[in-house]
Design a protein around this ligand. Structure first.
Ligand code: ZN
Length: 152
């Protein structure tokens, strides 16, 4: 009788630990990233690592004081193989759309354009494994404000 009770108890405990494990797996697929941009035209991260299929919750914080018109920042994730210089040149003409070109499929994800003291959050699904460039597409910023999203 004691043995049976032990077995039942073990089964119960075993089952009880199954659900939290599953919940944990789901939490692991959600990755929160905070990246900062400043008045010196720099991101604080040059590399972001995620796994394919992760839900990426990315917050861009502008830690500077300058207004959007003078020192606007966004975070733009580009498709693999995008010519960053060409894209940035095209983006300059998209001023009415916060420097995100309306045409083409170079942009995989992007935040709003923000000024000093502001922050903005987006959510997107990490693309297939590979290396992706990210930039700020505000005119003249991409040469300093750039990095890689590395997807495993
Ligand atoms: Zn910028």
């Amino acid at each position: 009788m004691n043995l049976l009770l032990t077995v039942l108890l073990t089964l119960f405990i075993g089952n009880a630990t199954v659900s939290p494990d599953k919940a944990e797996d789901q939490v692991q697929n959600r990755v929160e990233i905070v990246i900062e941009g400043n008045d010196q035209m720099r991101f604080n991260l040059s590399e972001i690592n995620v796994k394919a299929g992760d839900t990426v919750v990315l917050t861009l914080k502008h830690t500077g004081k300058l207004p959007k018109a003078a020192m606007g920042h966004n975070w733009v994730l580009l498709a693999e193989g995008t010519n960053v210089q060409e894209f940035a040149t095209t983006a300059i003409r998209a001023r009415d759309n916060e420097y995100i070109p309306a045409e083409g499929d170079d942009v995989l994800a992007h935040t709003a354009l923000i000024g000093g003291g502001e922050e903005t959050t987006i959510e997107f699904t990490a693309p297939a494994a590979g290396e992706y460039d990210f930039i700020c597409s505000f005119p003249g910023h991409y040469s300093l404000m750039k990095g890689k999203l590395i997807v495993e």
